[in-house]
Design a protein around this ligand. Sequence first.
Ligand code: HEC
Length: 107
Amino acid sequence: MKQKAIINLLLVSSMFLMFSGKTQAGDVAAAKEKNSMCAGCHEIDGYRASYPTVYNVPKIGGQHAEYIAKALEAYKSGGRSHPTMTAIALTLSEQDIKDFAAYYAGK
Ligand code: HEC
């Protein structure tokens, strides 16, 4: 258990180093801290949410960072609409979006 935590920490910090070289890049470590609000849906393979109707949650890990960021911005601006994702995207800052994009792209 403890070993796993250390390995996770190393993984996160190496990912952080990879992304921190770019200016304005998403901060993977910051996303990890905020990820509890996404993990319940997006980190469970084949997860189906049941509100408002039963729907499949798309897998976003491994998508391109630009794609993820664009999708989140579209939910936020109304270009895309989905009750849950719109509500969530509205709470995200520009930096949050970059952080999540970097985090999920690196998975
Ligand atoms: C309650 C479940 C739930 C939570 C929590 C949630 N999502 Fe989603 N997410 C979904 C569903 C369902 C969709 C598909 C919506 C649609 O059809 O447009 C989606 C779509 C997306 C997409 C677009 C995927 C694609 O392939 O186009 C991104 C990116 C995304 N979510 C990121 C996030 C991030 C980042 C968080 C946390 C801040 C989050 N989601 C939290 C259920 C959730």
